[in-house]
Design a protein around this ligand. Structure first.
Ligand SMILES: [Zn+2]
Length: 305
């Protein structure tokens, strides 16, 4: 799965390369890739044709392009293997990716890009055109636009820690009202979005909190420390870059090696904790794994897994 910093890299690239362009035409090569769109492939194309891409907006791992003067947006779910490729045939030739599912033909992009391609090998991802609805707090719907609107399928998703409108006090209070473990709370997209398994483990290692610490027994300062650490690791990962739009090609399949250099705990079972040297421990957790330092992050007596 792509993590938040990778989706943000894509958002930033779309912002620079295709925002402002008009959708001239749409080709759907695999109907399944627009399966969530009411009206099927033809309706999907009709809603996009002639519309200007007004912005590129992200909340958590959700990415959308509001369509000018329509009250709607193109919403992209990248799934496990989805990619958005911006292509300029003058530079890249007319080569098409073997897993090309949907192609938007663009006109008037500042970058000269002519295609926005949705490529998806495993077809878990999909594209839809959805209505925008006003945000309950009146703040922008996500990072990338001042528009106080959010796609209907994203409305129940919490803001992510990189969102300027993220309300840390409110999230700290909401986390402590839950009766769960701190890692489950970090992964709960209705509380705070965009924190995946890797970043949750890294944040908890930095905050010196075991993943099973009960949220209703944590002090506000501890919850704040965990959220702050999550913000920190994601910001650092973004700064490291890794994937780039510069070659008019972006890979968002989560296998780009993003941030692998900087991992302190995640995926390092048996290796020394960078802080104290104790071997990192792996526990099964929600059909996945959790990595902790047994010394820096002692296991609580009344934990919640
Ligand atoms: Zn340690």
């Amino acid at each position: 799965m792509p993590e938040l910093p990778e989706v943000e890299t894509v958002r930033d690239g779309l912002d620079r390369l295709v925002v402002g362009a008009v959708v001239r035409d749409v080709e759907v090569f695999r109907d399944y890739s627009v399966r969530r769109h009411d009206g099927g492939p033809a309706g999907f194309a009709d809603q996009l044709r002639g519309r200007r891409l007004a912005a590129a907006v992200r909340r958590g791992k959700f990415l959308w392009l509001p369509l000018e003067d329509s009250g709607a947006a193109l919403l992209a779910h990248l799934g496990m293997s989805g990619q958005l490729l911006v292509r300029d045939p003058a530079v890249a030739g007319d080569w098409a990716h073997p897993h090309l599912r949907v192609r938007l033909h663009l006109a008037g992009a500042r970058s000269g890009a002519e295609y926005l391609d949705f490529v998806d090998q495993r077809t878990f991802g999909h594209l839809t055109v959805v209505d925008l609805e006003p945000t309950p707090d009146g703040a922008p719907g996500g990072l990338g636009s001042d528009l106080p609107a959010v796609p209907e399928p994203v409305a129940h998703i919490g803001r992510d820690p990189l969102d300027p409108a993220f309300d840390a006090d409110a999230v700290v209070a909401a986390v402590r009202r839950r009766r769960t473990g701190i890692k489950r709370a970090l992964l709960d997209q209705t509380l705070v979005s965009g924190v995946g398994n890797i970043y949750a483990d890294e944040a908890l290692w930095r905050a010196r909190l075991h993943f099973a610490r009960a949220t209703d027994r944590l002090r506000p300062s501890e919850v704040r420390r965990a959220l702050g650490a999550a913000t920190e690791v994601m910001t650092e990962s973004l700064a490291q870059g890794g994937t780039s739009f510069d070659a008019l090609y972006v890979n968002v399949n989560g296998e780009s090696g993003y941030f692998s250099r900087g991992l302190a705990a995640y995926g390092r079972a048996g290796e020394p904790c960078p802080r104290c040297g104790a071997p990192i421990r792996r526990d099964a957790f929600m059909n996945r794994s959790s990595y902790t330092c047994p010394v820096c992050q002692p296991r609580p007596r009344h934990g919640r897994w």
